[in-house]
Design a protein around this ligand. Structure first.
Ligand code: ADP
Length: 497
């Protein structure tokens, strides 16, 4: 353990509350708050965050600007400074957030999916590094997240290798979803300022492309992902997205740390977005949230089991299994409420299901954070039959609201949900392993049976869920340990050099 606070820079393409498209933004917005207070005697750490300033971000005030040597020219980076605030045990800490701007690259409608992604995020990565001496701040460790910041460890070990300001900075690279890899044509090497010798399978080449994700995995001191099970799964050919060989090579440096959720934002006792607040001593109030969501979704108001589903509508989420079993499932006395946005294919699938069972299925297509909270609060069960799931936040949020998860045991779902055992009363949900509709249906039926036939046991399960802790406290401490290890590794390497 270090006896001094660490200087930690977290770099992410999205951070709540400034920009969000997925779970990464929640992590990047809440992990720094935990890091700011964990450590020896809760002394906390000097944590700062860097992200791009997209067009829609109005926050922050001008801090500095400077030319970034990039792609054989100089591009200007403009830094604005904003902040996120952490409250913990009466202590308030302000975490600076550096918003990296360049009008050409970031003043556009939307955040991703442009033709020049390689250039945009190579620039961003370079600008973050160039910013540090201008702030007169030398972090002990840079925590990079997903492919958009993959060039940072690469740059540190190439362009900045001889520079004493940079060469003692350790790096940790976290994979939030291995499916999104940032693979670009070979000519991107020039953008990275590197020669053809880097187009080699031992370096940046990845099946004919240059991969930013591979850069992060290969050049960082330590690698992590967002659950232990996912850390193991991605080393297998069937789940490794073609990176499994590389990940096996780095196996001893690869860690899994499960995400937490923000326990202040997600609290059924105080959440202003839900119809009626409740906690483990007032679970009867939860039912009023069920009636409220039934009304809001145009369903008959009655005390039948209500299953919720809140998800991006993509293949990853196992939605084909739901389509497979829906007719048999709907034979029972229950309701199903769906909130989702994404692929048109799945939108149509749910529209057609809704048409067939208008009295039993409530459907809202689109992204709606307020409605999501009402579903978490009002549903009895929450469905996540994912094909793969690096961590998953939905199951933790639902448990926080006393809504019992039904999951496929993969990735973080396997690490956070355990099967209910009616004999011992242990477990917090229901799950299955084999990716099949039959197994999903059988698992839902087990949950329904307990709900309908053993209401006392069900209530115990709900109360137990409401008392669980999936906050960042434990995972924040694990990240801190990981950073300390990366720093030690770097110190040792420097001694050898
Ligand atoms: P992923 O990051 O793969 O989308 P996670 O479970 O890690 O999956 O995180 C998804 C987060 O986004 C959860 O907080 C979930 O409640 C929220 N979410 C997903 N779809 C919607 C939607 N259509 N409307 C509101 N919130 C959503």
């Amino acid at each position: 353990m270090f006896d001094r606070p660490l200087k930690i820079l977290l770099v992410s393409p999205e951070v709540v509350p400034f920009a969000k498209t997925g779970g990464l933004a929640d992590v990047a917005g809440s992990l720094p708050k935990a890091l700011a207070v964990v450590g020896n005697d809760n002394a906390g750490n000097d944590v700062r965050v860097a992200m791009p300033r997209y067009q829609h971000i109005e926050d922050g005030s001008y801090k500095t600007d400077f030319p970034v040597p990039f792609n054989n020219r100089h591009e200007t980076a403009i830094i604005r400074e904003s902040a996120i605030v952490s409250h913990y045990r009466g202590i308030q800490k302000t975490i600076p957030v550096y918003l990296v701007d360049n009008h050409h690259y970031f003043f556009r409608e939307g955040m991703y999916m442009f033709d020049d992604e390689a250039e945009r995020f190579a620039f961003f990565s370079k600008a973050v590094l160039e910013m540090l001496p201008r702030l007169d701040w030398q972090p002990d460790v840079i925590h990079c997240n997903d492919w958009q910041s993959g060039p940072i460890p690469l740059f540190l070990r190439t362009h900045y290798r001889q520079d004493p300001f940079y060469n003692r900075i350790a790096t940790v690279f976290t994979i939030h979803n291995l499916q999104y890899q940032g693979n670009f044509p070979k000519r991107s090497l020039k953008i990275l300022g590197l020669g053809d010798e880097f187009f080699h399978p031992e370096r940046l080449e990845f099946y004919g492309s240059v991969s930013f994700m591979k850069a992060g995995i290969l050049y960082s001191d330590l690698v992590s992902t967002v659950s232990r099970t996912y850390a193991t799964e991605i080393q297998r050919p069937d789940m490794g997205e073609r990176m499994d060989g590389l990940l096996r090579k780095r196996s001893k440096d690869l860690y899994g740390i499960v995400n937490g959720i923000n326990y202040h934002e997600f609290d059924p006792a105080t959440d202003p977005r839900i119809h009626r607040n409740y906690d483990k001593n007032s679970i009867a109030n939860k039912k009023e949230n069920k009636y409220a969501i039934q009304k809001e979704m145009g369903l008959p108001i009655k005390d039948v089991p209500l299953i919720g589903l809140i998800t991006r509508l993509v293949d990853q989420k196992g939605l084909d299994l739901i389509s497979e079993i829906i007719d048999e499932l709907m034979e029972g006395e229950l309701q199903f409420v769906v909130l989702g946005s994404g692929d048109r294919y799945y939108e149509q699938m749910f529209e057609s299901i809704k048409e067939r069972y208008p009295e039993k299925i409530g459907l809202h297509l689109g992204f709606n954070a307020i409605l999501a909270q009402r579903i978490y609060a009002g549903a009895d069960m929450f469905l996540m039959p994912s094909r793969f799931e690096p961590c998953g936040l939905g199951q933790m949020i639902s448990l926080r609201y006393g809504t019992i998860p039904i999951v496929r045991y993969t990735g973080g779902l396997a690490d956070t949900v355990s099967d209910y055992n009616p004999d011992t009363g242990s477990g917090n949900g229901f799950g299955f392993y084999e990716y099949s509709g039959k197994k999903l249906l059988r698992t839902i039926k087990r949950a329904l049976q307990l709900y309908c036939e053993k209401p006392d046991q069900w209530d115990k399960l709900v109360k137990n869920a409401l008392g669980l802790d999936f906050s960042w406290a434990r995972s924040g401490a694990e990240y801190l340990q990981l950073f300390q290890e990366a720093i030690n590794m770097r110190i040792a390497l420097q001694r050898i050099a």
